[in-house]
Design a protein around this ligand. Structure first.
Ligand code: 0GY
Length: 308
């Protein structure tokens, strides 16, 4: 129930809410599958959105996330702090506590965080910190601040999750490779999928992974990267085909350092909202063998998030 003085939040105009009734996938994920990139939004009346946010989403709380997990046949979630909650991780921690061992978290932090707070986050299931450097999502944070945070979380065995766009990799690479932890890249570093797979832009990303064995990639968000879009035909389940070669290349080249996630509830999409069941069916195209599927969906995320 909404408290009498709870702030009322108005969604960003044009906001697309998550799919109300995702299909049951035809691809059956292996037991132990982890959705390694998803979020919770509020509910705002209980967990207010951050004053510095760049968008106000629809509420998408933990119960809806857990219902989606069960519908898709997924076992566990890695919940990643979304920028609309700033560095207030309460909604995320509440979801982790409710999920028990079935969820881990990646938070956003500011420098004022105390060691006691870090220990509490770890106990709740947090295993990473996110550095989101997209200017449309966050204000600029000086590198020194991010370096100081990385130095604080490294002794806990956590890693850094980074979100950037492909043209920025050249400038950011020295910073990423100076970090004292593993670095997990959201959404394959957001390649432009109209460019060639063997062109300079994606080539840079592949080299980045080849040269740095501490770098991982999430082969997630085809719905955000795709230009072709969802299937044109009703009932067709092979969606976002233009993204497949990019994701599949990484899965086959780096089978031990790739993760998959839904990105539910899909913030800031403008033209359509994906059917999450189709996103699961997409997996069979990017990881074509049972061995690759098991590495991507079970072994890799379990090693990164559930090893202690
Ligand atoms: C994503 C993508 C986006 C948003 C965020 O934290 C966020 O607000 O990550 C985006 O707008 O591209 O991974 O959820």
């Amino acid at each position: 129930m909404t408290e009498p003085n709870a702030p009322a939040f108005e969604m960003t105009p044009g906001w697309l809410p998550f799919h109300p009734d995702p299909s049951v996938p035809t691809f059956r994920v292996p037991p132990g599958t982890v959705d390694a990139h998803c979020h919770v939004f509020g509910p705002g009346a209980e967990f207010p959105y951050a004053p510095e946010r760049k968008y106000t989403p629809c509420d998408a709380g933990k119960d809806r996330l857990f219902a989606l997990r069960d519908r898709l046949g997924i076992s566990r979630n890695v919940i990643v702090q979304a920028t609309c909650h700033g560095t207030d991780n309460r909604a995320l921690v509440d979801a982790l506590r409710a999920a028990g061992d079935r969820a881990r978290g990646v938070v956003s932090l500011d420098l004022a965080v105390t060691d006691a707070e870090l220990a509490e986050l770890h106990a709740a299931g947090v295993r990473g910190v996110r550095f989101n450097v997209l200017r449309r999502l966050v204000d600029f944070t000086p590198r020194e601040g991010l370096e100081a945070i990385a130095a604080r979380i490294a002794p806990l065995g956590w890693h850094v999750v980074v979100y950037f766009e492909a043209p920025d990799l050249e400038e950011l690479e020295p910073f990423f490779t100076s970090l004292p932890t593993d670095v997990v890249v959201d959404h394959m570093g957001r390649p432009d999928v109209t460019r060639p797979l063997d062109g300079p832009e994606f080539g840079r990303f592949v080299r980045f992974m080849e040269q740095h064995p501490t770098v991982w990639a999430k082969v997630s968000c085809p719905e955000r990267l795709s230009v072709a879009g969802p299937p044109a035909l009703d009932g067709e389940r092979n969606a976002y085909r233009d993204v497949v070669p990019f994701a599949r290349f990484l899965v086959e080249r780096f089978p031990d350092r790739v993760l998959w996630g839904t990105d539910w509830p899909h913030p800031n999409l403008r033209d359509h909202m994906p059917d999450d069941g189709l996103l699961v069916d997409h997996i069979a195209h990017i990881a074509p063998t049972a061995e690759l599927q098991r590495a991507l969906l079970v072994d890799n995320p379990t090693r990164l998030y559930w090893s202690d």
